[in-house]
Every structure is written in C-alpha cells, then in structure tokens.
Design a protein around this ligand. Sequence first.
Ligand code: GLU
Length: 438
Amino acid sequence: MSQVRVRFAPSPTGFFHIGSARTALFNWLYARHTQGVFILRIEDTDKERNSDEFLRVIYDSLKWLGLDWDEGPGVGGGAGPYRQSERSSIYQEYLAQLRKTGRTYEKDGATYFRISGESQIIEDAIRGRVERTEEKDFVIVRSDGNPVFHLVNVVDDIAMRVTHVIRGEDHLSNTSKHTELFRAFGAPLPVFAHIPLILKQNGPGKMSKRDQGALIEEYQRRGFLPEALVNFLCLLGWSPKNDAEKMPLPEIVKLFDLPGVNQSNARFDEKKLAHMNMAYLHAMPVDHYVPLATSYLKRTGAFSGGDPDSAYLREVLALCQVKVRSLEELPPAIQYFFREDFATDVKAKEKIFGKGDPKARVRELLATLAQADFSSDATLEAWLHGVASRHGAQTADYIHPGRLAVSGVSAGPSFYGIFRVLGRERVQRRLERFLSLD
Ligand code: GLU
C-alpha cells in the first residue's frame, strides 16, 4: 500500500482547544504508527474570522505538545502552499474542471455544484458503514468570489494526496457533500475516520471552547507537562487492548490504530488529567525536572527578590518533587526555603504546643546541633536517634516541633530532608527563633 498521508486542518478562528488538539494528535499518531506523513494545513479562507493571533497559538500549541508536522507552514513540502489563503489558483483550476464536465452552474452570483443525487456510502474506519444521500445542489463559490469550505477542503485533500481523513464527528454530516465532490473530480476516496466527540465534564453536551479546561494554552501557562496532556488526550476516545493508562509515547505510537478508537463519546475528566500530570511529574528524572520547575518558577515570578543559588535550588526542587501534585503547587510548597520571614501555621502550632513541651525539645536539638552530620538523611537520622535516646524520648517528639520550627508547616518533605537541604546555619537560626515564639 502507498504511504499514509494524513492532515490536520485547523481554521484559525478561535483559540486552540482540547478537541482540536486531540484531532491533531490522532492524525499525528496514525502517521507515526504507519510511518506516514503528517501534514498541517491551515484552512483560513474565512478572512473575516481568521486572525494571526489564533494562527500563532496553533503553531505554538502543536510544538508544545510535540506534534511535529512533516509538511506544512514553516516546513514546506511538495504539495504546498499549505495555507488555503495562498491556494486560490489551485482552486480555480479545479473549478474549471468541474465547469468543463457540466457540474456547476451560476445562480444569484454564486456558483453551485450539481449533485449526482446518488447514495453516498462510506466505510468509516471508526463508525463503520455510513450512508447518506445529498438532495440539493450546494454553493461552492460564494457571490463574493470566495470558495466554500466543502470545495477547498476536498480539493486540498485531492491535491495533497491525503489517504486518510481523520477528523471530528461534527464533520460526518459534511461527508456526503465531500464524497460527491471527490467523485465529480474522478478522484479516489480517502479513508474517512470520524472521531467521537468530547463531552463536557458535567452534564450533557459537547465540550465547547468556553468550558473550563478547554484551552491548550491554559495548560501550558499553568505548567502542565505536555507529555501528560498528550497521554491524557490519547485516552479520550482511544484505549489500548490492555487498558493501560500511563504509557510512554513510543508505546502509544506502536499500539495506536483507527479500529481501536471508540464509537462512543468520551467524557473530559479534569481529575484524571491532574492525576496523569502528577504521575508524569513524579516519574520525571531530576535532571529534566529541575530546569523545567526552575523556568516555571521564574515565569510565575517566584524569584522576584533575585535568583537563588542554583545548587541550593536544585536540592530544594529534588527534595520536593514528589511532594507536589503539580508545578502550580510548587511556589507555596518551597517558599520557606528561600525566606526567613515565613509564617507559622496556626493550627499546626496549636496542635504541637497542645502536647508535650516543644520548646524544650527544640532546645535539646540545639544543644547538640553542632555535632549533627548534615551530609545525608541517614546521618541526621542517627544523630536524632542519639538525642532522643539520651532524653528517654521518641524521635517523633522532636520531628514535629523541629519541622514546624524550620518550615512553619507540619506537612512536606521529611524532617531529615528539610534539615539536610536547609543546612546547619539556617536550621540553627530557625530553631533559635522558634524559642522566642509566643
Ligand atoms: N477546518 C476544519 C475544522 O477546523 C477541518 C475539517 C476537516 O478536517 O476536514 O473543523
């Protein structure tokens, strides 16, 4: 069989949303699975509703998601140009062909396509057999001279030798018009594959651009990991036979196929996405995580008082990596590492002061702090065991007050980890300050 050629054909008339990203992804996956060609085609014939801003968002979002295109704007390819606004002469040639074969006529300034009226049957790779008959001739060039979506979409699929049309189910109702046109041009039909809709999280109905969580840019801004979003998106309507969820992309590429795409609609689930993002965040190698988290922190203004020492920052980030569920949780979770004026959590303080004598415990820590070996969690643990046994106490009697004293909170990384990363001097200063708390 000849090489698979698929295309993602967005119209830059609005921000890039989850549904578009998933359509792009399914096309990309199919191209990579079959070692085919992934084309990006910009359907920008509707001049009034197009904007360069939306176009930029499409390019940025695709790049951020890692969906690289083999042919298209910025890349080139033998079937260009890849923006419909630059393809007028091609449409004219194809129109001339339809005129010559008597398939067009003019009425009220517009050009109509004369349908065959024959039943249009497609074997949709996802929906199965779909049959529909067009009953009315339809406009292919408006009275203002602009060719209509149906015409340019089909002409480009023919001219770009597209073998598989993978697109949202909302286009299924257009397909009989499209197959009428393919046949009128004497062109072979591509394989059609209509992907089920994405339903909004709550209630009936399709997810719209206005729904919370719909815009790809928003995820980028909020520091979501693109690989997590890609993994999540591919499960919106597709699942591998073994029902695995978190999967490396090469594995998805290997397993992805059109018959595996469900016919039923997929429901958007924000919790599942958050969970996927967390799983990727926690599994990320620290050398990859540190620069990513650092750039997120810089971008969100966490270091407005000046950049911290990079070795120290690395230690802090590595320690807290699995303690946050998303990068958004990072700034509040690490703030006490970078400032001495951190607040003390009132509830945690009440609880700790409610039992035992936390200041006495902290004094005992301070008394031997100079002997503590800060080089690892294990050496600090050995030191704390020594302190506890000398006073006939448990390590827990020190861990809670000690943690509150140096961080102001009762949750977070381990006592030993916090001490090790803060280092002796900061720990000493903070323990001393704790003794003067009211
Ligand atoms: N420009 C159309 C859209 O954005 C694409 C239609 C198609 O993929 O055939 O929905």
